[in-house]
Design a protein around this ligand. Structure first.
Ligand SMILES: Cc1ncc(COP(=O)(O)O)c(C=O)c1O
Length: 384
């Protein structure tokens, strides 16, 4: 028996998505750029998928471009905003995913000023500091790049507030929304943003496909050259089945978002309560009771006999989760996110991340296994 609690890393594909993709693999084999009937049929399917993605985020069809995933989309937003839109300063945060931090290192070498906004010990952005940075722009054209929800600790940023600050100070706004697409309502027609990104495998779609939303006011030039696909924005024959699978997964995810959220919130709450009841000195990393991504719970275990190898023990016991610690020594680079929060490197951080496919029985299974690995809270002595 295996229990999968690593849904922030990737999610299992939904049956409906596999079915839709399989059907299209059989029926749609033309090249979407061909003008004959086979090609036109595939082109129509891609455009139908684009409409679904655009509808899901309140965008117009001309603002959605398919990519190979979140990493490509975020690279594209950052590098092309610098190359094509005259951005010379980017404000970001130390808790971003590496797919933002590494492109930032590249553009910094090209002369872009990169400034980091302060985050507190829960991973929350200091909005006063953000405003101060935006105000003191030194005449530089600025873009803010702040993720919607952190993939390791689940802390959520306030997109409306950041959007409003960016508007006020004339900055562009990019948000890595890979962890929140299909999990939180995102409407770019209400919250102004210039770039957001999505990756299908985070919402029960296929791997290797994603999208970028580009606000029509901030159109960039292609990131990949070589063909006129994606209305000249991305060369290369489209990942047709991936695109169709992603649109299906997103459509289902949006339609069922509220019921999934309720279900997952229940599991997460149950796990928090049980952990606190059973074990001494359990802590949580991130804004776990404030503005949090409900699919993620990052648990901080105190040092104990089994805590160092806890992830391995859990894997052997049939449970998949993810690790991380603030440690920065030697080969184990540790988590840059936990380090930025000033987390205690002696404690073991485990990220449990959920999907609608998990059940209470999964959490009970996890708790049973943890009981064999961790020191339990002493029962109160009987009275009398
Ligand atoms: C916050 C965040 N951004 C971007 C990515 C990368 O997305 P993809 O795997 O689609 O390239 C991930 C995936 O781990 C992520 O969690």
């Amino acid at each position: 028996m295996r229990i999968y609690l690593d849904n922030a890393a990737t999610t299992p594909m939904r049956e409906e998505v596999i079915e839709e993709m399989s059907r299209c693999m059989r029926e749609l084999y033309g090249n979407p750029s061909s003008i004959h009937a086979e090609g036109r049929k595939v082109r129509a399917a891609i455009e139908e998928a684009r409409k679904k993605v655009a509808n899901a985020i309140g965008a117009s069809i001309g603002e959605v471009f398919f990519t190979s995933g979140g990493t490509e989309s975020n690279n594209m937003a950052i590098k092309c905003a610098v190359r094509d839109l005259g951005i010379t300063r980017i404000i970001s945060s130390p808790t971003e995913h590496h797919n933002v931090l590494h492109p930032l290192e590249i553009v910094e070498k090209q002369g872009v000023q990169v400034q980091m906004v302060e985050v507190d010990k829960w991973g929350r952005i200091n909005y006063e500091h953000l405003e101060q940075l935006l105000r003191d722009n030194g005449g530089r054209k600025t873009m803010v790049s702040l993720m919607h929800a952190n993939n390791e600790i689940g802390t959520v940023s306030d997109m409306a507030r950041i959007s409003q600050l960016c508007e006020q100070y004339g900055a562009l706004y990019h948000s890595d929304t890979v962890q929140t697409i299909a999990h939180f309502p995102i409407d770019v027609s209400k919250t102004k943003v210039h770039f957001i990104s999505g990756g299908a495998h985070k919402f029960h779609g296929p791997k290797g496909v994603g999208f970028i939303y580009i606000n029509s006011e901030s159109m960039i030039k292609p990131f990949i050259d070589g063909g006129s696909q994606e209305r000249n924005m991305r060369g290369g024959t489209e990942n047709v089945y991936g695109i169709i699978g992603m649109a299906k997964a997103l459509e289902l995810g949006i339609a069922e978002m509220e019921s999934h959220r309720e279900h997952i919130e229940g599991l997460r709450r149950y796990l928090i309560d049980e952990l606190q009841k059973r074990y001494v000195d359990i802590q949580f990393n991130g804004d776990y009771a404030g503005d949090y991504l409900y699919t993620v719970l990052n648990v901080s275990f105190p040092p104990s006999k089994n805590s160092e190898m806890l992830l391995l023990h859990l894997d052997i016991a049939g449970i998949s989760a993810s690790g991380g610690s603030a440690c920065s020594s030697g080969a184990d680079a540790g988590s840059h996110v936990l380090k930025a929060l000033g987390a205690n490197p002696e404690r073991k951080a485990i990220r449990f991340s959920f999907s609608f496919m998990n059940t209470k029985a999964d959490i009970d299974f996890l708790l049973d296994k943890l009981d064999t690995l961790l020191e339990k809270r002493q029962a109160a002595p009987a009275l009398g």
